[in-house]
Design a protein around this ligand. Structure first.
Ligand SMILES: Nc1nc2c(c(=O)[nH]1)N[C@H]1C(S)=C(S)[C@@H](COP(=O)(O)OP(=O)(O)OC[C@H]3O[C@@H](n4cnc5c(=O)[nH]c(N)nc54)[C@H](O)[C@@H]3O)O[C@H]1N2
Ligand SMILES: Nc1nc2c(c(=O)[nH]1)N[C@H]1C(S)=C(S)[C@@H](COP(=O)(O)OP(=O)(O)OC[C@H]3O[C@@H](n4cnc5c(=O)[nH]c(N)nc54)[C@H](O)[C@@H]3O)O[C@H]1N2
Ligand code: SF4
Ligand SMILES: [Mo]
Length: 714
């Protein structure tokens, strides 16, 4: 039998591993190796390998559902769409446009994220839109923008990692969260480079490290300042670089000098000899990198914490130079693109600012609306969820499952239930969808085309490989239908390529410029790194800006911008081209342990489940590998509790109580317990977490709160 195979990308994390899909003899699709994609060269983790299971109609929604007499019952598309228009319309009529909220996701394609932002501002006229990326990399994005004038997660491709001298990996467990990427770090070590891992737990990633620093959760800021102190004290500052390429060093230096190694040891629990060893490994080679992930970022001081790590890079001349730099390991499939095109509360497409009059004018022209009609910035994700049922009366949600994944989840669940109206678009009946008034079943990755931007800033084309099951429609079709019913007939196309063509124009001239990227280039070049401005319009045309309505000439590849795999090499994206030191000093976490709640809780992930688990908890093979929540704790804590391996343990915080079996290991600090957040119900980690927000990024403190442990009978 002849099988046509379609090259595409995984639906889950930000590596966006390449894979081939071909029709399976049993129906559905099979995943096959796709060796031509440089990020994974054919390798996949278990989630990617089993992703086709979620395409099967036995685990997913195939009919719209509407609430009737308290339960969700199947309905026609017309009924369901009309109900949404009614629900949103009633909220708006009674309380004004800001009574309608929109919540998006970093897993949505660029085309969907762009359309969702446009839908909120143009059709609903609401300022109340944000998305789950706020809970993900927003602190790194804020710090990157402050220092470099631009936030692109990694300023270089992953393939640079093996060639540098040392990598400090701060709060990333990529052996579980991005398994195929471990290869780059193994190659680094084979080449004689070193790996330092900073994590309160001895994770599978930390086991690969030459040096593992295990700070108390929430103290990375002090740790980075302590390292910078030693860099200065040991005369390892790159004075010439600091002078030529940065501003603000004197103040940042003074702040670091106040963080003596002994003081930092007391705060973090990392010994002075270990601090010295880290500085030696980082400073001796020609080039080095610092990469952060959710560990240091998901803190109520996440932005300052990342600034401190960036300062370390700047003082040692390790940013904007070949094989050196600071990078953030973005998490979701379109975690990078999802933060660029306007589903964020303060943002317009192309990573433009909603408060910038020139940006408003440019985007309004592309959208064919009056700039004054565009609302201003709205609430951040947690603040938006917290306002449900009070200021926000109706919500449209696409691409997130906050009842499981938001901090202080029992409260968020109450807020969701108190809404006048909730509509959810999803592929499965997530815990949040189960609370909705209307649920719309939508198509998934393999059934539709669209672009994503991976953690390297590489824009990719996912191709449609199979037809969707009967009864489902795409998110773009949903927004098209809703817009039309709400009186906006034009501007919401259902063809992803048509949306992308508009996105190109909307992003033209912005920080994240996609105007030189086309579907054809993406297919031919296996991805293109932004910024990638459009080529001149013709032989005489000089500017790189594409005027809103001009067609793009056909032969653009001849003069095409090659894309930007490595940015900042000549200059940073600030006005004067220099990077900014941001002066930061240590502060405590929002909720320090005390007599009543003496232990620290941190949270994170396991390899076989993804996020709120909405998708992966529907895959047998993954459930067999990771069947449920657990509480990881040190034998000393377990002994104090009288708990043995597998015994149920209650974890209690000021927000609530969760129960899960004990998993006892010496690989965690004795003052800390860890829970993965993939499950709802009794073992829901987010029942416990603290929604204290970072003042700049509005990131909640997922990685540190105070709890007590209780033994559970039976
Ligand atoms: N299997 C799997 N893979 C995923 C995902 C998934 O859900 N499952 N999600 C994807 C997404 S969206 C994301 S954002 C990424 C996240 O990828 P990671 O950031 O690697 O994931 P986490 O497990 O949240 O956190 C990483 C580590 O931070 C440590 N940590 C906890 N507190 C602290 C602290 O205070 N300081 C430091 N330095 N470290 C701390 C934890 O012990 C944990 O090992 O993974 C992506 N990949
Ligand atoms: N305690 C704790 N909590 C955390 C974290 C942590 O480390 N600790 N990490 C945070 C982070 S980094 C993240 S990114 C969030 C993630 O948490 P969530 O935002 O809940 O992410 P997902 O579980 O991926 O939810 C995506 C939902 O959208 C659906 N979906 C998938 N594709 C599509 C699509 O194309 N269209 C539509 N309409 N729906 C789709 C899925 O079925 C699923 O129900 O969790 C955050 N919560
Ligand atoms: S590492 Fe990420 S992108 Fe690659 S197969 Fe696994 S989930 Fe998919
Ligand atoms: Mo994330």
């Amino acid at each position: 039998m002849k099988t046509a195979s379609t090259p595409t990308h995984c639906p889950y994390c930000a590596l966006q591993c390449g894979m081939n899909l071909s029709p399976s003899p049993q129906g559905g699709v099979e995943v096959q190796e796709r060796a031509d994609f440089p990020v994974n060269r054919g390798a996949l983790c278990g989630k990617g390998r089993t992703a086709p299971a979620v395409l099967s109609s036995s685990v997913r929604l195939t009919s719209p559902l509407v609430r009737s007499g308290g339960t969700l019952v199947p309905a026609t598309w017309d009924e369901a769409l009309d109900r949404i228009v009614e629900g949103l319309g009633a909220a708006r009529a009674a309380h004004g446009p800001d009574a309608c909220g929109v919540f998006g996701g970093g897993g949505l394609t660029n085309e969907k994220a762009y359309t969702l932002g446009k839908f909120a501002r143009v059709v609903l006229g609401t300022s109340q839109i944000d998305y789950n990326g706020r809970f993900c990399m927003s602190s790194a994005a804020a710090a990157g923008t402050k220092a470099f004038g631009l936030d692109r997660g990694l300023p270089f491709p992953l393939e640079d990692i093996p060639k540098t001298g040392c990598v400090i990996l701060v709060g990333s467990n990529l052996a579980e969260t991005m398994p195929p990427s471990l290869r780059f770090f193994n190659e680094l070590r084979e080449n004689g480079g070193t790996l330092i891992v900073v994590d309160p737990r001895r994770t599978k990633t930390a086991e690969q490290a030459d040096l593992h620093l295990a700070p108390r959760p929430g103290t990375d800021l002090a740790l980075a300042l302590g390292l910078l102190h030693l860099v200065v004290a040991e005369g390892r500052v790159d004075e010439e670089y600091v002078k030529g390429r940065t501003v603000g060093w004197e103040d940042a230096r003074a702040a670091a000098m106040a963080h003596w190694p002994e003081y930092v040891e007391r705060i973090t629990g990392v010994s002075v000899p270990q601090l010295r060893e880290a500085v030696r490994l980082f400073c001796e080679p020609e080039a080095a990198m610092v990469l952060t992930a959710r560990g240091p970022e998901q803190q109520s001081k996440g932005t300052d914490t990342v600034s401190a790590w960036i300062n370390l890079c700047l003082a040692t001349g390790r940013a904007g130079r070949p094989l050196s730099g600071y990078g953030c390991l973005t998490g979701q499939g379109n975690g990078q693109g999802g933060r660029e095109h306007g589903q964020k509360a303060d943002q317009l497409p192309g990573y433009r600012k909603l408060t910038d009059p020139a940006a408003r004018a440019h985007v309004a022209e592309v959208w064919g609306v009056d700039p004054d009609s565009l609302p201003g910035p709205g609430r951040s994700a947690y603040e938006l969820l917290d306002a449900l049922g009070t200021d926000i009366r109706a919500l449209l949600l696409m691409g997130s499952n906050p009842v499981v994944s938001a901090p202080r989840a029992a409260h968020v669940e109450e807020r969701v239930k108190s809404l006048d109206f909730l509509a959810v678009c999803d592929v499965v009946l997530s815990e949040t969808a189960a609370l909705a008034d209307v649920v719309l079943p939508v198509t998934q990755w393999a059934e539709e085309s669209g672009t994503t931007t991976n953690l390297e800033g590489r824009v990719l084309l996912r191709r449609r490989a199979i037809s969707p099951p009967e009864g489902v429609r795409s998110d773009l079709e949903v927004m098209h239908e809703l817009a039309a019913r709400l009186g906006v007939e034009k501007g919401f196309p259902t063809d992803p390529e048509e949306v992308f063509e508009e996105l190109r124009r909307a992003s033209a001239g912005g920080p994240a410029d996609y105007s030189g990227i086309t579907y054809r280039r993406l297919a031919e070049e296996n991805g293109v790194f932004w910024p990638c401005p459009a080529p001149p319009r013709d032989a005489e045309g000089a500017g790189l800006d594409v005027p809103p309505d001009a067609p793009v000439r056909d032969d653009e590849t001849a003069v095409a911008h090659p894309g930007t795999p490595r940015i900042f090499l000549d200059r940073f994206a600030t006005e004067d081209g220099r990077a900014r030191f941001v002066t930061v000093t240590h502060r405590a976490i929002a909720e320090e342990p005390d007599d009543e709640y003496p232990v620290l809780l941190t949270t994170g992930r396991v390899v076989a489940q993804y996020q709120s688990g909405a998708q992966t908890r529907r895959v047998d093979e993954l459930n067999a590998a990771a069947p449920g929540p657990f509480v990881e704790l040190h034998p000393r804590l377990a002994a104090r509790l009288g708990a043995s391996e597998g015994d149920p343990v209650a974890v209690v915080s000021r927000r609530g109580r969760a129960v899960a079996p004990a998993r006892i290991t010496t690989g965690i600090r004795p003052d800390t317990v860890f829970m993965p957040f993939h499950w709802p119900g009794e073992g829901r980690a987010n029942t416990l977490t603290n929604p204290a927000l970072d003042p700049t990024s509005r990131m909640p403190e997922f990685k540190a709160c105070a709890v007590r442990l209780e033994a559970v009978e039976g």
